[in-house]
Design a protein around this ligand. Structure first.
Ligand SMILES: Cc1cc2nc3c(=O)[nH]c(=O)nc-3n(C[C@H](O)[C@H](O)[C@H](O)COP(=O)(O)OP(=O)(O)OC[C@H]3O[C@@H](n4cnc5c(N)ncnc54)[C@H](O)[C@@H]3O)c2cc1C
Length: 432
């Protein structure tokens, strides 16, 4: 039963006079639902949007590897959620969501309970169960904090190679294991190779720097298992070319401090272990009492509604991909498309119109492969190299919120490379 029907019946409703739409999560799904709602001309004073997120910023995750590489400053990929729109119908609350009572229509947060008429769950996903011992030091690349922590850890490897460590210890120090050869794992492996070794990763010393030995571990027989075949071959060729050691068909059994136990009794010694082995739904989703898939993601109906809860919608990495007519990737692109539909369907519910169903439109995929290069598959065409990278950044330029962020991105993409070229031509030293 929706808000209007309840009101028409004169039944008691919290916040009578306005529909309180609460969005959980200020990532891609959450902010684009808010944007669509704020621009879809619902009559003011009859509704309000409340966005709850655990930190005050939106993070533009596809640019995380650029921060890892030092090409972009961290502040360039974040935007304050409360600065996104100035509408009096838009409110931001910074708090951690700890639970949702779908029967009582209440969200529990560290800042107190929040009631709702319509709820949107866009809290994303988290790294799955990692087979690691307590003492193991693991790195991730899922958030800005993760990337900054990883960058701080690997930067000393760029220092000169004159180390007094025994050979075996030094080798372990220089070995970086990236677990999971999905798009994020490949991007991180290539970016670290480029950053630490220049163009190559041949195990020798380059320009006075100790090179890192970057190993990419994948349990299935091929990389990019959730993507089509089109990009696999060029991605594999790139990994080979830059010297990333690719171990496919290799399962990580256990990660201890500095040691990874692999299937077949093999052992890899590495001081840096980066987990990129897939995401699962948040533990919080188990407490919702609504069906989940095997990866703890929320099962939604094709309208993105939760079954049995007509006023609750979910989208983005939080939802199971099984509900739709075509496979839906866990991507910002998918979350963006779903956000438009969720906003429309909330409006349709309020106005008692039929809901629409979600159909994903693949607009193309781009895989950055370190430095200023990428591989892209767009409308059946495969691009490889700098053009693909520029294309990706042009798309991000259009999407990233905030004028300052757009200008910083433009500077990093267009102006800095031009300045570098100019310096080279004039024989001036390059900046460190
Ligand atoms: C390194 C990297 C590169 C990527 N590159 C691309 C790319 O090039 N193209 C592409 O399409 N996709 C890319 N993606 C994937 C894309 O970023 C995600 O699919 C997308 O962010 C999913 O959006 P979402 O809204 O579902 O989740 P998120 O964007 O993760 O948003 C979830 C939000 O909820 C908040 N949150 C979580 N738990 C709580 C809680 N308990 N309480 C309060 N707030 C909470 C989080 O802080 C976050 O702000 C990349 C991802 C990564 C990590």
């Amino acid at each position: 039963m929706d808000v209007r029907t309840l009101r028409a019946r004169g039944e008691e409703l919290r916040n009578v006079g306005s529909s309180k739409i609460v969005i959980l999560g200020g990532g891609f799904g959450g902010i684009y639902v808010a944007q669509h709602l704020l621009s879809c001309c619902l009559p003011p004073k009859q509704w309000e949007v409340n966005l709850i997120n655990c930190n005050p910023h939106f993070e533009f995750k596809p640019l995380l590897p650029d921060v890892l590489a030092g090409r972009l400053p961290p502040k360039c990929i974040t935007t304050r959620l409360d600065s996104l729109w100035t509408s009096e119908n838009y409110h931001v609350r910074v708090a951690v969501v700890t639970g949702v009572d779908l029967k009582k229509h209440i969200v529990k947060t560290t800042g107190g309970n929040v009631d709702y008429d319509y709820l949107v769950i866009a809290l994303g996903a988290a790294p799955g169960v990692v087979p690691a011992d307590r003492g193991a030091r693991l790195f991730f690349c899922e958030s800005l904090d993760d990337c900054l922590r990883l960058r701080e850890h690997v930067l000393p490897l760029m220092a000169t190679s004159t180390t007094k460590l025994p050979k075996r210890t030094d080798r372990k120090r220089r070995t970086i294991a990236v677990i999971g050869a999905g798009p994020t794992g490949i991007e991180v492996a290539c970016e670290l190779t480029h950053m630490l070794n220049g163009q190559g990763n041949r195990g020798e010393t380059t320009g006075g720097r100790a090179t890192a030995d970057i190993v990419l571990i994948e349990s299935s027989s091929h990389i990019l298992s959730t993507w089509g075949r089109g990009l696999r071959k060029p991605a594999e060729d790139t990994l080979k070319h830059v010297g990333v050691r690719l171990l496919t068909g290799t399962t990580v059994k256990r990660i201890a401090k500095g040691v990874i136990r692999l299937n077949g009794g093999r052992i890899l010694r590495a001081d840096t272990v980066i987990w990129s082995g897939g995401l699962r739904g948040l533990p919080l989703y188990r407490s919702l009492g609504t069906p989940l898939d095997a990866d703890d993601r929320i099962r939604v109906m094709p309208t993105l509604r939760l079954p049995g809860h007509p006023n609750v919608f979910a989208l983005g990495d939080a939802v199971s991909t099984g509900a739709f007519s075509t496979p839906v990737p866990q991507s910002a692109q998918a979350a963006h498309q779903q956000a438009g539909l969720v906003a429309d369907n909330i409006r349709n519910s309020i106005e008692e119109r039929p809901l629409r169903t979600f159909h994903y439109r693949e607009l193309g995929v781009v895989l950055p492969i370190g430095g200023r290069r990428a591989i892209a598959s767009i409308m059946g065409f495969t691009l490889n190299g700098h053009t693909a990278w520029v294309l990706e950044k042009a798309l991000f330029l259009a999407r990233i919120p905030g004028l300052t962020n757009k200008l910083s991105l433009l500077d990093a993409v267009a102006l800095e490379p031009l300045a570098d070229r100019g310096r080279r031509r004039l024989g001036w030293p390059q900046p460190a």
